[in-house]
Design a protein around this ligand. Structure first.
Ligand SMILES: Cc1ncc(COP(=O)(O)O)c(C=O)c1O
Length: 336
């Protein structure tokens, strides 16, 4: 069995609607065409990239006899919402640890998590390492209460979670083999790194030709190169794959702007223009920032995509609703 088959054929609970389609969009990117791989269409409650990871994570949780999925994120985390929905679909409990200020109204991802019965624990805003430690503490308490928790790091980005995007790279290779569409590079937003690490390993194992580029939406390119290479190498080691990532060879664009979940007017205006031009919604935290940065860098000639661009639309649409005020201002600037 090849390394690829060995990885992607690991136990998996099918939850996502796959394969997701690749569609051209009527967006002017200068000399090149923009295509979207619609991972925002993996499901409705399960929409986005996280469900691909959860397919493997939940299979692992079941194999270990766990009955409660425990994870963490920001108040409007897409991953914790997808976890809550997937847990309920699979007859498991979910406990989600969210950091930030408790909102006065339920909205977006938080509302959906509550609707499907997640046990939501809101903790103050804190660095992600501290939030992770808090989650481990909560998991230990759950265990003492008789539950069997399965703990997932933020974004579901563990060695097991990365398999979701190994499989996606394989899916993509099949789609591009059937119709190459002149794709020169595959681009997506990077948050906790699981999408990038999985895709990177899957691309190496399938021999996918287009370049693979991530757009960071917080932090610095230098930090991310090191941490993504480390994550890829840990994952390859865990699954006994002979592969080593070189941090300097990791291609990243800088879409961090004002930082995590903070948007410039230009980013908000871009999301409005994109929706009006294409009928497709981007989200303010990941896809909107990432596609804005990609569009900017291609236009300025700072980034040469080497052919048409395939942007993986990783979802996040429920994050639009809690940002309605900023979007209304953008709509005003766009003339109503
Ligand atoms: C909508 C959306 N896009 C992209 C990402 C980034 O994916 P990853 O965490 O695997 O880097 C996330 C989550 O972090 C997300 O919710």
């Amino acid at each position: 069995m090849s390394d690829l088959a060995r990885l992607i054929e690991r136990p998996r609970i099918p939850l996502a609607h796959l394969p997701t389609p690749i569609t051209p969009v009527s967006w002017d990117l200068g000399a090149v065409r923009l295509y979207l791989k619609r991972d925002d269409l993996t499901g409705s409650g399960l929409s986005g990239n996280k469900v691909r990871k959860l397919e493997y994570l939940i299979a692992d949780a079941r194999a270990r006899g766990c009955d409660t999925l425990v994870t963490c994120g920001g108040i409007q985390s897409n991953h914790t919402r997808a976890t809550a929905v997937a847990a309920t679909l699979c007859g498991l409990r979910s406990v989600v640890v969210l950091s930030g200020e408790e909102p006065s109204e339920l909205d977006g991802n938080l509302l959906l998590s509550r609707l499907v019965g997640a046990d939501v624990r809101i903790v103050p805003a804190m660095p992600s390492a501290e939030r992770h430690a808090r989650m481990l503490q909560i998991a230990a308490e759950l265990e003492q209460e008789g539950m069997r928790p399965y703990v997932m790091p933020s974004g579901g980005s563990s060695e097991v979670g990365a398999l979701g995007y190994c499989r996606a790279a394989f899916e993509l290779a099949e789609q591009l083999e059937a119709d190459p569409r002149g794709i020169g590079c595959i681009v997506h937003a990077c948050g906790s790194g699981g999408t990038f690490a999985g895709c990177h390993i899957g691309r190496e194992l399938t021999g996918l030709e287009p370049r693979h580029v991530a757009v960071i939406i917080e932090g610095t390119v230098r930090e991310w190169r090191a941490s993504l290479a480390d994550y890829i190498n840990r994952t390859a080691n865990y699954w006994d794959i002979d592969l080593e990532a070189d941090p300097d060879a990791i291609a990243l664009l800088d879409g961090a702007g004002r930082g995590y979940a903070v948007n410039t007017d230009e980013e908000m205006d871009f999301m409005v223009r994109f929706a009006r031009c294409t009928g497709i919604f981007l989200d303010p935290v990941y896809t909107g920032k990432a596609l804005y940065a990609l569009d900017r860098d291609v236009r300025r000639g700072v980034f040469d995509p080497g052919g048409n661009v395939l942007f993986i639309h990783t979802g996040g649409m429920y994050g639009l609703f809690p940002r309605r005020r900023g979007l209304m201002e953008a709509l005003k600037r766009a003339g109503g």
